[in-house]
Write a protein that binds this ligand. Sequence first.
Ligand code: ACO
Length: 383
Amino acid sequence: MSSEVKESITIHKGLDSIRVNESSICLIDGERSRLYYRGYSIADLTDNASYEEVAYLLIIGQLPTQLQLDELKNTLFSEYTLSPITMTLLKSYPSTSHPMDVLRTTISSLALEDGGLTQDKSVNLQRAIRILAKAPVIIAAFERIRQGKEPLTPKKELGHAANFLYMIHGEIPSNYDSRIMDIALSLHAEHEMNASTFSGIVTASTLSDMYSIITAGIATLRGSLHGGANEEALKMIMEIGTPENAVTFVEERLKQKKRIMGFGHRIYKTYDPRYTILKAIAEKLGGVKGKASLYDTAVRVEREALGRLSDSKIFPNVDFYSGLVFHMLGLRTDLFTPIFASSRIAGWAAHVLEYLEDNRLIRPKAVYTGKVDLQYTPIEQRT
Ligand code: ACO
């Protein structure tokens, strides 16, 4: 005998109308193109602060004094070192591995040497800073290993962003490139209750450990509807090749019901303020790096896509120009999402530490549409 069970209840597919907690970390005003970290506008922060200051602001809750910033930088520097186990792992991966898979696996593996569940706040904070420090070193080390080169160790005199570029390219980056990388990291550091942050919070709510939490965040950021879109957006712009090809490409893509990568957002119904900052950087950087034609192609794609999508409130998001900026800094396309992840660790940690102050297990429900009371059939009687 079977019967169907139906509940008359609203299903919030995509959870877009659900608020899971109160938070003082990030405000997005998606109608007015505004984004604040702990009350500071993103434009103010990217004009004035370093990524280290932004990370401190997010995780600790206020801008650091000089002494606090120096302490954070010292801690980061001491945590940049990778253990022999981590180095062995990095050298054992196939060189064809996607760096996002490498980052996810390696961050998870850090727990092997520092494992164990704990609800000690200071240990959770220490682990968050440890992961924040090690993530760019892991990405850069793998980038060099897969090219048959030796990984480099960071330099004390360089900041977080400059060290990353140094460890990738093997030469001290210009102040200009370092500052752009710094801004790009700050722009990606936090974004309220997005999919990867929620994923981290779900993991944290079970009283799991910081390595599992950040691994869950990275896993969720990986997809092309979330962090993976930066890579896809640049590939799309490269494939289009010249501004003249933009009209046909956009027309065809939309006709085939495919999405324009780097466009659309669950919260922004106008321009993403991070897009505005990155577009201005891409324009200037394009000139400096001799890549103005790539920028021109992107602008043309943007114009064509906007003409067709803006009536539906679909505008360019952070990912439309971020890939272009990373590309112009000489970074390979498959590094874009890992870079995004390494920066977002600050936001994930901030949210998780805040949520754990008043934790409640996250356990939603589904509406069951299957059958009940079916009779088990022995395998030989099944058709
Ligand atoms: N190009 C074309 N059409 C789009 C796009 C796009 N980029 N984005 C949304 N749409 C259309 C959908 O096809 C859908 O149309 P339909 O109602 O006719 O079927 C409608 O807009 C609503 O789409 P949803 O997916 O329901 O909207 P949602 O709010 O879930 O979308 C998302 C948000 C996933 C980001 C979407 O805009 C998208 O896929 N964009 C492309 C990928 C991307 O850039 N992701 C990065 C987002 S920013 C970040 O995560 C860092």
